[in-house]
Design a protein around this ligand. Sequence first.
Ligand code: NAP
Length: 293
Amino acid sequence: MSTGRIIDGKAVAASIRGELAERIAELKAQGRRVPGLTTILVGDDAASKVYVGRKQREAKEAGMVSEAEELPGDVTQEELIGVVREHCERPDIDGVLVQLPLPEGLDEAAVIDAIDPRKDVDGLHPINQGALFTGREGPRPCTPLSCMTLVESTGVDLTGLHAVVVGRSVLVGKPVAMLLLERHATVTICHSRTRDLAAMVGSADVLIAAVGRPEMIKGEWVKPGAIVIDVGINRVDGKLIGDVEFEAARRRAAHITPVPGGVGPMTVATLLRNTYDSCLASQASGAPSPSPS
Ligand code: NAP
C-alpha cells in the first residue's frame, strides 16, 4: 500500500533560517541595523526553558541581536509588564516574545496587551489578531503561520478545498482557520462539543489537528489523499506524540507532518521571520536606530 509523503518541517525550517541568515548578512553589509529579539521566560518550566533556549540559539545563528530575560516564577504582574515595556522601547529590539504559558497567578492576556503591537512577533496581541480577522497587514501568529507554510510546501492549491481545524484556541485553532480562509479554503472549526468528529475529519481535504490529546484523531477517519498537519505535542512515557494516529493516517493521507519534526521546528523559524519583517518595517517607518556601541 502507498503511504503519504512526510512533510519535513525540519528541512522547511532550515531553508527559511538559511534564507534569513543571508538577508541579515546583507543588512549588515549595507551598514543597516540587524533584527533584535527579546525572549522573556518566567519561572522554571522545563519545556518552556527548552523552547526559549532554541529561540535564542536560532536567533543568534541567523545573525540577530538576541536578548534573554529570565524572571522568577513569583515575579509580580507589574514587574513583568515593566520588563515587557522596557524591551519594547528599545530601538535595537524588533520582537518581544513572552514564553507561554505563564505561571499561575499571572494574567496572560494583560501581559500580551502590554506588548507593543509592532513588536508582537508572536502575533497574539488583540490588535494583530484583529488585523488577521479583518484581512489587514500585521504579524501573524507563529504556529498557525507555520502550519500554512507546511501546507503550501506541498504545492496544493487550497482554493475551494475543505479544511477542517480541530481545536479553537486563540493560539492555534482560530487563527489558522482565518489563514486557511484567506487562501480560499472552505473552513470548518471543530472542538470538544462537535458532534461526529470522525465524519468531520473524514470530509477534510486539509486537516489541522490542534487538540493536545495523544492520537485522538484515528487514522481510519482521514480522507484518502488529504493533507494532514499535526500541531499536537503530547508527552507520553517520555516520548513526543501528536494528536493524529500517525502510521494509520499516513496510509491514507497524501501528505502528513510527523511529531516531532513537523510543526514544532517551523514555529521558531516563523518567529525569526516575523522578527526580520518587524525590523524591516521599523526601518521603513524611520524609527530611530540605536547609536552604534
Ligand atoms: P488548547 O488551548 O488546550 O485547545 C485545545 C482545543 O482542542 C480546544 O479548542 C478544545 O475544545 C479542543 N478539544 C479538546 N478535546 C477535544 C475533543 N475530544 N474533540 C475535539 N476537540 C477537542 O490547546 P492549544 O494551545 O491550541 O494547543 C493544541 C496542541 O498544540 C497542544 O498539544 C499544544 O502542545 C500544541 N502546540 C504546538 C505548537 C507547536 O509549535 N508545534 C504550538 C502551540 C501548541 P474546547 O474549546 O471546546 O475546549
